[in-house]
Design a protein around this ligand. Structure first.
Ligand SMILES: [Zn+2]
Length: 53
């Protein structure tokens, strides 16, 4: 089972069941809820910058 971390809320997301995805700069991101996807789409840099910490 492949899991990804939702960059918005840091929850683990099961990629095979995930319905909320977004692509940014060629990389695919998975979200637990439409609200998280929307937040990411509006400001992806904010969440990706935090991921690097
Ligand atoms: Zn989330």
């Amino acid at each position: 089972m492949a899991t990804s971390i939702d960059p918005v809320c840091k929850m683990k997301v099961d990629e095979s069941k995930c319905k909320f995805t977004s692509e940014y700069r060629g990389k695919k991101y998975y979200f637990c809820a439409p609200g998280c996807k929307r937040a990411f789409d509006q400001n992806p840099e904010k969440y990706l910058a935090e991921e690097k910490k």
